[in-house]
Design a protein around this ligand. Structure first.
Ligand SMILES: Nc1ncnc2c1ncn2[C@@H]1O[C@H](COP(=O)(O)OP(=O)(O)OP(=O)(O)O)[C@@H](O)[C@H]1O
Ligand SMILES: [Mg+2]
Length: 249
């Protein structure tokens, strides 16, 4: 008997670096995330867009294990991480740069960078140096290694925060609005560095971003409204309608 195979096969879980399915997340009794499905194919950059307060940070925190979903599952490279701690998720290969960066102001740039080693499965040994690849991506940091983190400009702190996440050798880099409050020329530098990370290292990226030019660097997008995903696709087909509806441009 002939079988009708109209459905396209789903990508196998190992082709997906991250897969979140059916996430429902609450703050107390407020229902914030509603049945969210989102995936990041291995080696790709995926951008999450949406206006203020729709739940973008809540989704990233749930992926990091900082918030517990009431329902839903999350896998990293095919392995379930739904019940793992944030620390364990970091060691399994998710590097996270939270909104607002959170570098340590009273440590030097070098000390901030070396803290990133703690996310490696082998932990921190004490004699490591900052690899040259980090300075190739963020040249500004090389001349500032002994400066206090808190004395860097906003743009430099953001570059430091991304570099620190890379020190953990992640498989997936999760960035929450890395260009918020940063001047346009530095936005372009950060954008170029993130693109280079994806192209040259194979690290997958999940990015929350409002700047259209940066959003367009991503391979795919998801648009969120009131805690639900309402549109998704490849960024090359991002329509003006979607842009006007979901980006604060
Ligand atoms: N700790 C909290 N307790 C209760 N409600 C919260 C908490 N954090 C966020 N919220 C609410 O959850 C909703 C989603 O917030 P979230 O920070 O995820 O939005 P966002 O899309 O990241 O916004 P922005 O673009 O401003 O960063 C908002 O209504 C917010 O007020
Ligand atoms: Mg946010």
């Amino acid at each position: 008997m002939n079988q009708v195979t109209a459905d396209l096969p789903l990508p196998s879980p190992t082709q997906l670096m991250l897969q979140a399915s059916g996430l429902n997340v609450y703050y107390g009794e407020s229902h914030i995330l509603r049945d969210v499905d989102l995936s990041v194919p291995a080696g790709q950059m995926v951008c999450l867009i949406g206006r203020n307060g729709v739940g973008k940070t809540t989704l990233l925190k749930t992926i990091m294990g900082l918030l517990k979903p009431r329902t839903g599952t999350i896998t990293l490279a095919g392995e379930s991480i739904t019940s793992k701690s944030p620390d364990k998720r970091a060691k399994l290969g998710i590097g996270y740069v939270p909104q607002g960066r959170e570098i340590i102001p009273r440590l030097t740039v070098k000390e901030n960078l070396l803290l990133g080693l703690e996310a490696r499965p082998s932990g921190r040994k004490g004699n490591e140096e900052v690899p040259e690849e980090i300075f190739a991506l963020f040249p500004v940091l090389k001349s500032m290694l002994s400066r206090m983190g808190g004395d860097l400009s906003g743009g430099q702190q953001q570059q430091l925060a991304i570099a620190r996440a890379l020190m953990g050798k992640p498989k997936l880099l999760v960035l929450d609005e890395p260009t918020e409050g940063i001047q346009p020329s530095i936005i372009l530098e950060i954008e170029a560095a993130v693109r280079r990370i994806v192209q040259s290292t194979g690290i997958s990226v999940l990015l929350v971003e409002q700047h259209l030019h940066f959003v367009r660097q991503a391979d795919r997008y998801y648009a969120m409204q009131k805690g639900g995903i309402v549109a998704s696709g490849v960024t090359s087909e991002l329509s003006n309608e979607v842009i006007q509806k979901f980006l604060a441009v």
